[in-house]
Design a binder for this molecule. Structure first.
Ligand code: ZN
Length: 193
């Protein structure tokens, strides 16, 4: 018996929000829980893209089968991925590239360097399971500490396996300008149904 997954069975929705810096200047440079002014929001983009790397990790770590074909790390080198490969360091990354995303992507187009371009402080919610649909969210916030504006236009998630880093999602959106000490909040809603 074969089981086919319909494209609509599992979806990822992306929401990206830019925030002004905290009104309390003494908080700049540290993360605080003060309410921030929302500047702009991007959501309901049709791409919401899981990459070939994602597929490889589903094969290896959910379906217990070596990834086929091999998947490229963020440096562009093709790597084999055996079943049940330990992974670590889930990271949200952001950049300024505007080229359309594709499933073949193994890196952002123009990743933002330094702390303004990534965070490993991600919150994964408890999964909800109701009727024929379940979902959970992955939320991360990147703070622009570059000293100037950054026009963020792409985000992704990476994971590390055997010291190699792999891009598992990549989405491009109309740029959101975040000023120095402002933040970019990214929410992935993963739905299984
Ligand atoms: Zn604050």
């Amino acid at each position: 018996m074969s089981v086919e997954l319909e494209p609509s069975d599992s979806t990822i929705k992306l929401k990206v929000v830019s925030y002004a810096p905290c009104k309390n200047e003494s908080h700049w440079g540290s993360s605080c829980n003060c309410e921030k002014e929302v500047l702009e929001t991007r959501e309901d983009y049709r791409t919401n893209l899981c990459t070939a790397g994602w597929a490889g990790f589903v094969q290896a770590n959910i379906l217990n089968t070596a990834a086929n074909p091999n998947i490229k790390d963020t440096g562009g080198t093709s790597r084999s991925l055996s079943a049940n490969t330990a992974v670590s360091a889930l990271t949200l990354i952001a950049g300024t590239g505007t080229a359309a995303a594709s499933v073949a992507d193994n890196a952002l187009t123009t990743a933002t360097a330094g702390a303004s371009g990534n965070t490993t402080s991600l919150t994964i919610s408890t999964a909800t399971e109701t009727g024929t649909s379940g979902s959970f969210t992955i939320v991360g916030t990147i703070t622009n500490t570059s000293g100037g504006n950054i026009n963020y236009a792409e985000v992704g998630l990476t994971i590390t396996a055997a010291t190699f880093v792999f891009l598992i999602t990549h989405d491009v959106f109309t740029a959101l300008t975040v000023s120095n000490n402002g933040t970019l909040q990214v929410t992935y809603t993963m739905t299984n149904s």
